[in-house]
Design a protein around this ligand. Structure first.
Ligand code: HEC
Length: 116
C-alpha cells in the first residue's frame, strides 16, 4: 500500500503545478466584460490581447495573438465561444465561470484587439 502513496502524491502535485495559471480564475459577476478580460483572460492573453505582459514580454501561456488580424479574421465567432466555454489544451474552460451569453458578448472584445 505505502508504495502507492508517494507516486500518487507526486501526480497530484504535478497536476496542481500545471494548473498554476488557471488557478483562482474569477467568476464573471456581471458588469463590465472589459474588466473581466483584464481579471480573467489577460494573465495569459495580455491586457491588449497580444499575449504579452505590460513590459512587452511574451506570456508563457498565450496560445493566440488576438491582434493578428490576418489570423483572427479567419476564426469563427462560434468557435471562439466554444473554446471560451469548453477550453482547449492549456486554455481553461470557463463554462462554470460565465454563461454562454456572456461568452458570446466577449467576442466583441476579442475582435476589437485586431480592429486597429
Ligand atoms: C491559463 C491561460 C489562459 C487563460 C486564463 C485564458 N486563456 Fe484563452 N487560450 C489559452 C491558450 C493556451 C490558448 C490556445 C489553445 C490552443 O489552441 O491550443 C487559448 C485560446 C483561446 C481562444 C481561441 C483562439 C484561437 O486559436 O482561435 C479563445 C477565443 C480564448 N482563448 C479566449 C479566452 C477568454 C475569453 C479568456 C478569459 C475569459 C481566456 N481565453 C483565458 C490560454 C488561456
Amino acid at each position: 500500500m505505502r508504495r502507492f502513496i508517494l507516486p500518487v502524491l507526486c501526480l497530484v502535485g504535478a497536476a496542481l503545478m500545471a494548473g498554476d495559471q488557471a488557478k483562482d480564475l474569477p467568476k464573471f459577476q456581471g458588469g463590465d466584460l472589459n474588466k473581466y478580460w483584464t481579471d480573467a483572460c489577460a494573465r495569459c492573453h495580455g491586457v491588449n490581447g497580444n499575449g504579452r505582459d505590460n513590459s512587452g514580454k511574451p506570456l508563457p501561456d498565450a496560445g493566440f495573438d488576438f491582434t493578428d488580424s490576418r489570423k483572427a479574421n479567419k476564426k469563427k465567432d462560434s468557435d471562439w465561444v466554444k473554446i471560451t466555454l469548453e477550453g482547449k489544451d492549456k486554455m481553461p474552460a470557463f463554462k462554470d465561470k460565465m454563461t454562454a451569453d456572456d461568452a458570446q458578448k466577449m467576442i466583441a472584445i476579442m475582435r476589437k484587439f485586431s480592429a486597429k
